[in-house]
Design a protein around this ligand. Structure first.
Ligand code: NAD
Ligand code: IPM
Ligand code: MN
Length: 322
């Protein structure tokens, strides 16, 4: 039996994940789901946001469906998500940006860079180490090149003019692209951020380091209707976790107005990872039809609530099966 761990997390994670799960269940009733608690809410109740037992549960799953967690900017608190990505060694954060005239995949290195976790406080300064290793760069470069090989081309987003660590990243990525026979160019991340928004057609697969990929993907959401639309996959050799790109959105949580598309599409990516391309396509198609029929949440200019949108997608996948 294929086992899916479900982490709702905090804020709107608790609203959008149940919908994504219901949609996955509708197309694949044979999957076994189990709930795992993690996040800031759990930390406030128990003093532990993601303990060893939680990690063992996540490790035991064939895939994880994740909502979002709140991470306060508190020097004493470590992000649950960064812990999970590191401990499950989910090195590739894959973020497709698809919509009218836009088809880009951001492949973000997910275990090192400026999110290395190597940090310390001194009396009058705080330091964070940006780690770019050859091994870390090689595996993300291989992942991105394999993807670009089946698509069109690769852009390496970097800041090698300033950061010596990015000289290594660029060297490894361009060498891997040459080896794989993938057309490749490099681009400074600041210029890339603007050009991607002005000329999305110039981009196909974009590979970059951790924090650049984090920022670039939120900005790229502008091209397809905002953060409520973007799904992602966190992929490792042994584990995989699927989550919206957005966070826990405390400003709108608990009001039935969050857009569940990002979470539902993350569910489609999960299905695709399990090898069920047909089920993934059915979910994507259902979302497309519902949006096309004008059923949309507030962030897209519509009036549908989170649950109403979810119910419409469920009806549509049901119709697809009939
Ligand atoms: P956010 O993504 O939660 O929200 C940014 C803005 O986008 C907010 O105005 C929010 O209302 C809107 N938004 C996000 N998702 C939406 C959706 N599905 N539908 C409609 N509107 C949506 O980012 P933030 O406000 O910077 O961070 C809030 C909290 O989430 C922080 O604690 C942060 O650390 C955390 N966070 C978690 C993750 C994650 O768990 N993957 C990702 C990003 C941020
Ligand atoms: C994301 C989020 C996370 C990140 C935070 C909440 C740790 O912004 O998944 O994009 O920076 O990776
Ligand atoms: Mn982010």
């Amino acid at each position: 039996m294929t086992k899916i761990a479900v982490v709702e997390g905090d804020g709107i994670g608790r609203e959008v994940v149940p919908i994504a799960r219901a949609v996955i269940e509708a197309v694949r009733p044979d999957l076994e789901f189990f709930e795992v608690e993690a996040g800031y809410g759990l930390w406030k109740r128990t003093g532990n946001a993601c303990g060893e037992e939680t990690m063992a549960d996540l490790r035991s799953a064939d895939a994880v469906l994740f909502g979002a967690v709140t991470t306060p900017p508190d020097p004493g608190y470590r992000s649950v998500l960064l812990q999970i990505r590191r401990e499950l060694d989910l090195y590739a954060n894959v973020r497709p940006i698809r919509g009218e005239g836009v088809d880009i995949v951001i492949v973000r290195e997910n275990t090192e860079g400026l999110y290395s976790g190597i940090e310390w406080m001194e009396s009058d300064r705080a330091c964070t180490v940006r780690v770019v290793s050859r091994r870390g760069s090689e595996r993300i470069a291989r992942y991105a090149c394999a993807l670009a090989k089946s698509r069109r081309h690769l852009t390496v987003g970097n800041k090698a003019n300033v950061l010596k660590s990015d000289c290594l990243f660029v060297e490894v990525c361009t060498a891997e692209a040459a080896r794989a026979g993938v057309p490749c160019r490099t681009c400074y991340i600041d210029a890339l951020a603007l050009d991607l928004l002005m000329h999305p057609d110039r981009y196909d697969v974009v590979v970059t380091t951790n924090i650049f990929g984090d920022i670039l993907s939120d900005a790229a959401a502008y091209l397809v209707g905002g953060l409520g639309m973007l799904p992602s996959a966190n992929i490792g050799e042994r584990h995989a976790l699927f989550e919206p790109v957005h966070g826990s959105a405390p400003d709108i949580a608990g009001r039935n107005i969050a857009n569940p598309v990002a979470a539902i599409r993350s569910g489609a990516m999960l299905l695709s990872h399990l090898g069920d391309a047909a089920a993934a396509a059915a979910v994507e198609e259902a979302v497309r039809r519902v949006l096309g029929a004008g059923i949309q949440t507030r962030d897209l200019g519509g009036v549908a609530g989170t649950r109403e949108f979810g119910a419409a997608v469920l009806r549509e996948v049901g119709r697809g099966k009939a």
